[in-house]
Ligand binder design. Structure first.
Ligand SMILES: Nc1nc2c(ncn2[C@@H]2O[C@H](COP(=O)(O)OP(=O)(O)OP(=O)(O)O)[C@@H](O)[C@H]2O)c(=O)[nH]1
Length: 535
C-alpha cells in the first residue's frame, strides 16, 4: 500500500482548492464539491493505511456532512467558516509534515515482493514499536513476532523517538495508567505519528474507558487479559498489508447524463464503474465485469429496474450481489415493493453524492466479507479447499497459455495428532495458524496458498521450476522448525513435510495435486521434516 508523496500532495491540494472555491463563492453546489473532495480524501488516506491523517480527515468529513444542508444553508455562518478553515489548515500542515519527514508508508513489504523472482528473498521485516513500562509478558510476544518477519523495538513512554521513520504499528501499553492519563499520552502520540496504527494494550474493558482511548486516537484496543494469539493475529494481519482490488459498480441507467454523474461521483472515491443503458445487456455484463454492486435506475424505456432485478435474481451466482435503486420516485409504497422484489436500498434523485458513496461502500464491504467467508478458511484466512482447487486450475490455464512452468506443493504438519494430544486442540489450531502466517509472509501475492485440509496446505508457485520451488519450500521448512510454540511456561517445536510436482511435466490440476501428494508421502516415509520433489 505504497502512497506516492506526489499523489498525497495532489489530493491535499485538490481539497484546499475546493475549499478556496467555496470561500470565494459560498454556494451550496460549491459546498457539495468541497464535501465530495473531503470524503474522497478521507477514503484515500484510509486506503493507504495513513491512520492518523485519516482520523483528522474523517472528523473534517463529519463536520462537512453536518453542514451539508441545502441552497438556503449557505453560506455557513462566519464562525463556522473559521472553524472549517482551521481544521483544513491543521490537516494540510500534518500532510505537509508527513511528506517532508519522508516517512515510509506503513505497508510497503508486499508491494516490493509482488513481481520478484520466485527464489528471491522476500519481504523486508516490518517494524512495530512497543511503548510502555517494559513488561516481561512482551518477551514471548516479541520472539513470536520475529518468526513472522515483524521486527519489534521497545521504548519507555518518556523516550519515544521522533516520527522521522514511522513504524507500521505502535503498541501502547497502558498498564498502571489511569484512563485519563492513558488518553492524554495516546493523544500526544497520535499528534506525532501521522501514519502508524495505534493499538492500545491492557485497556480497561469498561465502556467509558474504551470510549476515551478510542477518542484519543487509538485505532484498536486490546482489553486486559487478551490472549497473546489474538494480539499476534492482529499485528500479523496489519503487517500483511494486503491491498484490496478496487470496488466495482455496474450502473444500469438509460440517461447518459445521469450515468456520467454517478460514475464521476464513484470515481472521486476510487470506485471503478461501468455503465450500460440497456437493461437486457445486464446478465452478460455481470458475467464479464464481475461487479460488487449494481446501481439500477428505476424507470427505463423497455424495462423497470424492479423487472431487471428480478431477472438478475433468477441466477444463483447473482443472488447476493447488492442492488441499489436510483430513482426520482418518492412513493414509499413503491420503494418498499422494489426492495421486496430483490433490491437492497433505494436512493432518490437528485442524490447526495457523499451519501451515495457511503451506501455503495458499506454494501460492498458486507458483500465482500460474505464472499470472503465463502471462499476462505475461517481459522487461517487462507483460501479454502474448493477455492484453492479453482485457483489452481485458473493458474494452470494461464501457465499453459504463457508456456511458463508452475510448481505445486502439498504441505502437511508432522505428527500433528501428537501436538493436539499433548497440548490441546486450541494450541494445535495456533500451530496451524503459525504455518499459515509464515507461508503468507514468505510467498508472493501471485502465488496460490490454501488450507487444503486440517493440517494440510496447498501451494502453487507460478513461474517456479522444481529447483526454485525446492529452495523456497525448504527454507520455509527450516524456519518453521525453528519456531518455538509457547505452551504454559515452556515451548515446543514442530516440523512439516512437503511434496512438490511441476507443470509442464504434468499438465492437469488434479494429477499435479496427486503427484505432489505422493511426493509428500514419500517425504513422510523417509522420516518427515523434508521436501521431496517429483521430477
Ligand atoms: N487442532 C486441530 N487439529 C486438527 C484440525 N484438523 C485436523 N486436525 C487433527 O490433525 C491430526 C492429523 O493427524 P494424522 O493425519 O493422523 O497425521 P499426523 O499425526 O499429523 O501424522 P503424519 O501426518 O503422519 O506426520 C488429527 O488428529 C486431526 O484431528 C484443526 O483444524 N485443528
Amino acid at each position: 500500500m505504497f502512497c506516492p508523496p506526489a499523489e498525497l500532495q495532489k489530493k491535499c491540494e485538490a481539497l484546499d482548492a475546493n475549499w478556496r472555491a467555496y470561500r470565494a463563492a459560498p454556494r451550496f453546489e460549491q459546498f457539495v464539491e468541497f464535501a465530495i473532495t473531503v470524503s474522497s480524501f478521507a477514503e484515500f488516506l484510509h486506503s493507504k493505511g495513513l491512520s492518523g491523517l485519516h482520523q483528522i480527515a474523517r472528523d473534517l468529513e463529519q463536520q462537512a456532512l453536518s453542514l451539508f444542508g441545502d441552497e438556503l444553508s449557505h453560506p455557513v455562518p462566519e464562525h463556522v467558516f473559521d472553524e472549517l478553515a482551521s481544521r483544513i489548515a491543521g490537516l494540510t500542515a500534518r500532510v505537509a509534515g508527513y511528506i517532508e519527514n519522508g516517512s515510509r508508508p506503513i505497508e510497503e513489504r508486499r508491494a516490493g515482493s509482488q513481481d520478484s523472482d520466485p527464489a528471491d528473498d522476500l519481504a523486508p521485516p516490518r517494524r512495530v514499536w512497543f511503548i510502555g513500562d517494559k513488561s516481561p509478558a512482551w518477551r514471548d510476544l516479541i520472539t513470536q513476532l520475529g518468526y513472522f518477519g515483524v521486527r519489534v523495538e521497545v521504548f519507555g513512554w518518556q523516550n519515544v523517538p521522533n516520527a522521522q521513520d514511522e513504524p507500521a504499528i505502535l503498541m501502547l501499553d497502558t498498564l498502571g495508567l489511569s484512563a485519563t492519563e492513558a488518553s492524554r499520552r495516546i493523544k500526544m502520540i497520535r499528534a506525532r505519528f501521522s501514519a502508524s496504527n495505534l493499538l492500545g494494550l491492557n485497556i480497561e474493558a469498561d465502556f467509558s474507558c474504551l470510549q476515551a482511548i478510542l477518542g484519543a486516537g487509538c485505532d484498536f484496543c486490546f482489553v486486559r487479559a487478551t490472549p497473546q494469539p489474538a494480539i499476534m493475529a492482529k499485528i500479523v494481519e496489519l503487517n500483511g498489508g494486503e491491498e484490496e482490488a478496487p470496488y466495482r459498480v455496474l450502473v444500469v441507467e438509460d440517461s447518459l447524463t445521469a450515468s456520467k454523474l454517478v460514475q464521476r461521483t464513484l470515481g472521486e472515491n476510487g470506485i471503478e464503474s461501468l455503465a450500460i443503458a440497456q437493461p437486457r445487456e445486464v446478465l452478460t455484463t455481470l458475467k464479464r465485469y464481475q461487479p460488487d454492486l449494481i446501481l439500477m435506475d428505476m424507470h427505463m424505456p423497455d424495462c423497470t429496474g424492479v423487472e431487471a432485478a428480478r431477472v438478475i435474481r433468477q441466477h444463483t451466482e447473482f443472488l447476493s450481489i447488492p442492488i441499489v435503486y436510483l430513482s426520482g420516485e418518492t412513493d414509499v409504497a413503491l420503494q418498499i415493493e422494489a426492495l421486496r422484489l430483490g433490491g437492497d436500498h433505494f436512493l432518490t434523485k437528485p442524490f447526495n453524492p457523499v451519501i451515495l458513496n457511503a451506501i455503495v461502500k458499506s454494501k460492498i464491504e458486507r458483500y465482500r466479507s460474505l464472499r470472503r467467508s465463502m471462499f476462505h478458511d475461517s481459522l487461517t484466512g487462507l483460501l479454502n479447499h474448493t477455492s484453492s482447487k479453482q485457483r489452481l486450475d485458473t493458474a494452470l490455464n494461464l501457465a499453459m497459455a504463457e508456456q511458463e512452468p508452475m510448481a505445486v506443493a502439498m504441505i502437511d504438519i508432522d505428527h500433528f495428532k501428537k501436538v493436539n494430544d499433548s497440548y490441546g486442540h486450541p494450541v494445535g489450531d495456533q500451530v496451524i495458524r503459525s504455518l499459515a502466517w509464515l507461508l503468507k509472509q514468505r510467498l508472493r501475492k501471485s502465488d496460490i496458498l490454501g488450507r487444503y485440509g486440517g493440517e494440510e496446505f496447498l501451494v502453487a508457485l507460478p513461474g517456479a521450476t522444481l529447483t526454485q520451488a525446492f529452495q523456497i519450500l525448504d527454507r520455509i521448512r527450516h524456519d518453521f522448525s525453528q519456531i518455538k510454540h509457547p505452551f504454559n511456561e515452556t515451548w515446543f517445536n514442530t516440523t512439516f513435510s512437503s511434496g512438490v510436482a511441476q507443470f509442464p511435466l504434468i499438465s492437469n490440476g488434479e494429477a499435479l495435486v496427486k503427484q505432489a501428494d505422493e511426493a509428500l508421502y514419500e517425504a513422510k516415509r523417509a522420516g518427515r521434516d523434508r521436501v521431496v520433489v517429483r521430477g
